[in-house]
Design a protein around this ligand. Structure first.
Ligand SMILES: [Fe+2]
Length: 251
């Protein structure tokens, strides 16, 4: 299965007085065009889709995503307002229609995609409360043999000095690692939030953080070499190879 990941687009309205508004829209446009050329089976969007969580920003986001051909699955980031997001994507049948958590399971052929909501209203840091812990434990116990890719906005581990203590309670990040480490079918966990390309082993599986699609916000990429070209990730996932990820630079 081929999964494209986009993240941290931080879309603004065209009326915004922030100079990056058109730049960020253009970054997403270029990603969508390139993703369509790669013909993935699914696209996952790991949050911070818009800058302020406003309905008019989500309207802009939907316009920009409209050309996307593959099925799109979104989770919120701390910049999102999940109620406005749910309203804007009300035609996305996989999103729970009620409750506080926008998390769900996609049963794709031969692979499961599990979206975990790490956000809580007014909280910048990651949250993985007991209700979410119980949900994930149940979801993973349900299909112990099926290769599974987890996606979530907040990485549950530190990244150097740049991102330390990213969860409101260290015990919650530790609980996520504990659950994942006990379920061998988890081929990987992919995240956003840090705007930086990171690959590492974590909790007995592979973890990836992707750079922000918004080039004015991304870190850890040689901008002289990248020349402002947006970058996203392509994940290949199979029982034979596990998770193989490629950073794809758009034209
Ligand atoms: Fe972000």
């Amino acid at each position: 299965m081929l999964v494209a990941q986009i993240s941290d687009t931080h879309i603004l309205t065209p009326e915004s007085d922030q100079p990056a508004a058109e730049l960020r829209a253009d970054c997403l446009r270029r990603c969508v065009a390139d993703v369509n050329q790669q013909q993935p089976d699914a696209v996952i969007f790991t949050g911070d889709t818009v800058q302020h969580g406003r309905p008019e920003e989500y309207a802009r986001l939907r316009e920009l995503l409209a050309p996307l051909e593959a099925p799109l699955y979104i989770v919120p980031g701390n910049r999102d307002d999940k109620y406005e997001m749910r309203a804007a994507f009300s035609d996305h049948a996989y999103l729970p229609k009620s409750g506080e958590l926008l998390q769900y399971v996609i049963e794709a052929p031969a692979v499961r995609l599990v979206a975990i909501d790490s956000t809580s209203h007014g909280e910048r840091k990651g949250v993985f409360c007991p209700a979410r812990q119980a949900w994930l434990e149940e979801v993973l116990s349900d299909q112990p043999e099926q290769p599974t890719l987890l996606f979530i906005h907040h990485p549950p581990f530190d990244v150097g000095d740049h991102y330390v203590g990213g969860y409101r309670r260290p015990a919650e990040a530790a609980a996520l690692a504990d659950i994942v480490s006990r379920h061998a079918q988890v081929a990987g966990l992919v995240c956003g939030h840090v705007h930086w390309l990171i690959e590492r082993e974590w909790a007995g599986t592979q973890a990836r953080i992707m750079p922000s699609v918004a080039v004015d916000l991304r870190k850890g990429i040689d901008e002289t070499e990248a020349r402002g070209r947006p970058v996203y990730l392509l994940h290949r996932l199979s029982r034979a190879t596990g998770l193989v990820s490629q950073a794809r630079r758009t034209s």
